[in-house]
Design a protein around this ligand. Structure first.
Ligand SMILES: *[C@@H]1O[C@H](CO)[C@@H](O)[C@H](O)[C@H]1NC(C)=O
Ligand SMILES: *[C@@H]1O[C@H](CO)[C@@H](O)[C@H](O)[C@H]1NC(C)=O
Ligand SMILES: *[C@@H]1O[C@H](CO)[C@@H](O)[C@H](O)[C@H]1NC(C)=O
Ligand SMILES: *[C@@H]1O[C@H](CO)[C@@H](O)[C@H](O)[C@H]1NC(C)=O
Ligand SMILES: *[C@@H]1O[C@H](CO)[C@@H](O)[C@H](O)[C@H]1NC(C)=O
Length: 361
């Protein structure tokens, strides 16, 4: 109790101190020569969640615990109420560091006192024990990574303004080596969404969850909100979501080829996305307005809003002036500015309050 009270007091003092400065957001941008405030954790750890226990054929005494997700968490000493659940597509590494090894969103948002959860869905990363035999196919993918991550129009032809340290061969090598096997199938999308919904509904990620997703994780997070049975999920900020959910009363044809949607769900289920307080579909630069993914995101956002939700599309290049943003903009060289946009979004929907004082300041 003592501990809680003193933390609450510290949080109030901190909020008071911040509001004394007119430009709290500018204060979040790193300044040359000024050491940022330390990351002070109450605790960190990890756990498995969801999944199944299956019996061996012909021998019920032998079981396999499998298809769970894995969560690694970091809880600040004076936490904000909202948990940021960082949901990668290529690897957790994208949330851990900027392309040049500088600070990633994990540390940047721990410094801002957000509890941070790194999520590996079933079969990927540290949740790799599957309930089925898997065929592991390491494709020759470095060249396609370069283009998929929108570093340039073709391999080693960088966009002139790209937010990547182009002359640092080690940075490129780190980026491409970090990638995991992804299992981009429709069945895997459903498997991940179910495990994540179990995790969200368990309360173990807190009662105010905002997913930060990248690429194929965006579709999985939308479906997670559709499958969740409680209201812990408050937000989705989907960076370059590859895939969208649509209701069954519009003329969108579901695709189960690959893991990129569109996924069509009954209208009543779709309406759960309108109950999520805040949804933002964020795009990097070098995507024209006619890009079919951007168009899908606009259609999806309009439908969510038509049912009373709050969804928007943000083009980092054209709307926010962050030219050269890549497919993984929170790891870009200007990720401090991408983070300020996230600060503003969370504040706009009152998702930035402190845990013990939420709603009372
Ligand atoms: C499973 O365990 C039970 C209890 O120990 C034993 O009676 C049975 O023979 C075992 N079955 C197999 C297939 O090993
Ligand atoms: C994987 O394949 C082997 C060999 O066919 C089989 O014995 C085993 O039961 C399979 N594992 C699962 C989880 O299906
Ligand atoms: C939500 O409830 C439905 C209906 O009971 C159930 O099928 C589904 O598995 C539940 N979702 C989760 C994540 O537990
Ligand atoms: C629905 O979409 C299909 C394929 O794009 C198109 O052929 C059809 O005319 C559309 N129907 C309506 C009612 O818009
Ligand atoms: C987008 O598509 C429209 C209609 O097909 C076309 O007129 C326009 O030039 C396109 N814009 C871009 C930037 O490609």
């Amino acid at each position: 109790m003592m501990e809680l009270l003193s933390r609450r007091r510290m949080a109030i003092l901190l909020v008071a101190a911040l509001s004394a400065f007119p430009s709290a957001n500018a204060a979040n941008l790193p300044r040359q020569g000024i050491k940022p405030k330390p990351i002070v954790l109450d605790r960190s750890g990890g756990f498995q969640i969801g999944g199944s226990i299956i019996n061996a054929p012909g021998n019920p005494n032998r079981t396999l615990s499998c298809d769970h997700g894995y969560v690694e968490y970091f809880i600040p000493w004076t936490p904000r109420q909202t948990s940021l659940v960082m949901w990668h597509s290529s690897s957790t590494q994208v949330f851990q560091n900027r392309w040049d090894g500088g600070p990633g969103f994990k540390d940047m948002f721990l410094r801002r006192d957000y509890p941070v959860y790194l999520w590996d869905g079933p079969r990927v990363g540290r949740a790799n024990w599957a309930c089925q035999n898997q065929t592991y196919v390491p494709g020759y993918g470095d060249q396609s990574n370069f283009v998929s991550w929108n570093f340039g129009p073709s391999y080693m032809k960088w966009w002139p303004d790209v937010q990547f340290p182009t002359h640092d061969g080690a940075a490129w090598q780190q980026a491409t080596s970090a990638r995991y096997q992804e299992f981009n199938t429709y069945a895997n999308v459903l498997l991940h969404a179910h495990a994540a919904a179990v995790a969200a509904d368990s309360g173990r990620l807190g009662d105010s969850i905002v997913y930060l997703t990248n690429s194929a994780a965006g579709l999985r997070a939308q479906l997670t909100a559709v499958r969740s049975n409680v209201t812990n999920i408050k937000g989705i900020v989907a960076y370059e979501s590859m895939g969208f959910v649509f209701p069954d009363n519009v003329n969108v044809t579901q695709s189960t080829f690959g893991g990129y949607g569109p996924v069509v769900v009954p209208l009543d289920d779709f309406k759960k996305l309108a109950q999520v307080a805040a949804i933002q579909f964020v795009w990097g630069d070098h995507r024209g307005p006619n890009d079919s993914w951007v168009q899908q995101s606009r259609q999806c956002a309009a439908l969510i809003n038509a049912y009373g939700g709050n969804a928007e599309v943000l083009m980092l290049g054209d709307d926010a002036g962050l030219k050269g943003s890549t497919h993984i903009p929170f790891a870009d060289m200007d990720n401090a500015e991408v983070a300020v946009l996230l600060d503003q979004f969370l504040a706009r929907y009152s998702l930035d309050g402190y845990a013990d004082t939420a709603g009372s300041i």
